[in-house]
Design a protein around this ligand. Structure first.
Ligand code: BGC
Length: 374
């Protein structure tokens, strides 16, 4: 039987659609978003999405923990490699690595003594970091399955939503959170956070990607240079809780106002850098606040944010117990985080900018990680 023209046309359309929407492995090189099944957690399906731009550069993001699992861009010779720590299998993330690439919430960084007072009530959180609460508690936003929606946009875009119920991890209020990831043709990973609550609650959302711009975790990040546009930082006590002071960086190892090698002064900081910088960007506008560079690959990472703070964590607790996707152990200081945020322990520090979200208010925050090759 001879196929009619219409039948042939239908077959071509079906084939075309299948090729474009089919599940692709990491490294898809066609602009757009692809989705692959990645497993199940808490009886919910987990996916790995690949957002590819017109240059064929890509990021992969899972709805488990709203986690960025890879960020692949070229170096000075056009060779592409991953600039963040990540794994190819969900099972490794289920072993709870230290927040590699994850979305942190409801409260990024520490809350002292795992408690805070709001109105007439004292709220108790899990003490999961000594006596303090770290990164949202025992089961923070990094360990839950988010609902995913691929958005229709000029750049590949993925929106993840999560409803954190009243009382979850000790926090008050039903909090509906949306994180939208956009990957542009200029190698910018744009992360937009939005949230609403039905009771006053602290909210401080961030992304916990660990960067090594050399693309090889055999290299430490001590030779990377870093500039942070901040004249002050928040000193901490021995448990990494801010003392409440805001101190000038001038004349201290915390001065990154001009780019310098991370290794230059790190030994003068007990334990290494794991502090919040008070950004000069004070009005909530999107501004460039940090630049990280690797002279060998000639990659630079520019960080833009609307947030008032930046946690520069130098990977001080990395100890080789996790193996990067390329088979290499992730050792001390082989990757670092630049976490845009409000200041740690703000619910207990009246002098810090407030992190309390009220019913009827919109939490809104934007951060862009942009890679350039110079
Ligand atoms: C904190 C570190 C902590 C790390 C966990 C960072 O945001 O500042 O103190 O150890 O996250 O991976």
């Amino acid at each position: 039987m001879k196929a009619t023209r219409l039948q042939i046309l239908i077959c071509v359309i079906i084939l075309f659609t299948a090729c474009n929407q089919g599940v692709k492995e990491n490294g898809a090189n066609k602009k757009g978003v692809t989705k692959k099944e990645w497993g199940t957690v808490d009886d919910k399906p987990v996916y790995l999405f690949t957002l590819t731009n017109s240059k064929g550069d890509y990021v992969t993001i899972s709805n488990y923990g709203s986690t960025v699992t890879s960020f692949v861009v070229p170096d000075k010779n056009g060779n592409k490699s991953g600039i963040i720590i990540g794994f190819d299998s969900l099972s490794t993330y289920l072993k709870h690595p230290p927040y590699f690439g994850a979305t942190i919430g409801r409260y990024g960084n520490r809350i002292g003594n795992a408690q805070f007072k709001l109105g007439d009530s004292t709220y108790h959180l899990a003490a999961n970091d000594g006596k303090n609460s770290l990164h949202g508690g025992l089961k923070g936003f990094d360990k839950v399955v988010w609902d995913a929606m691929v958005a229709d946009s000029t750049s590949p875009e993925l929106s993840l939503t999560y409803l954190s119920k009243d009382g979850e991890e000790g926090y008050p209020g039903n909090l509906k959170v949306t994180v939208t990831y956009t990957f542009t043709d200029s190698d910018e990973l744009k992360i937009q956070y939005a949230a609403e609550t039905d009771k006053p609650t602290p909210v401080n959302l961030t992304n916990h990607s660990y960067f090594n711009l050399s693309g090889d975790v055999n290299n430490t990040i001590l030779d990377h240079t870093l500039m942070i546009d901040a004249d002050a930082y928040t000193p901490v006590d021995s448990t990494l809780i801010p003392t409440g002071e805001i101190k000038p960086v001038k004349g201290t190892p915390f001065d990154f106002t001009t780019a310098k090698k991370i290794g230059l002064d790190i030994s003068a900081v007990p334990g290494g850098y794991d502090h919040n910088w008070v950004l000069n960007n004070k009005n909530g506008a999107l501004a460039k606040v940090a630049v990280l560079s690797d002279v060998v690959s000639r990659r630079s990472l520019e960080v833009f944010t609307t947030e008032p703070g930046l946690q520069f964590y130098a990977g001080n607790f990395l100890d080789g117990s996790f193996i990067n996707r390329d088979g290499k152990p992730i050792q001390l200081r082989t990757a670092l985080c630049l976490e845009t945020q409000h200041f740690p322990d703000s619910p207990n520090k009246p002098g810090f900018p407030s992190t309390i979200l009220q019913p009827g208010q919109q939490y809104s925050s934007t951060t862009i990680y942009k890679v350039i090759v110079q």
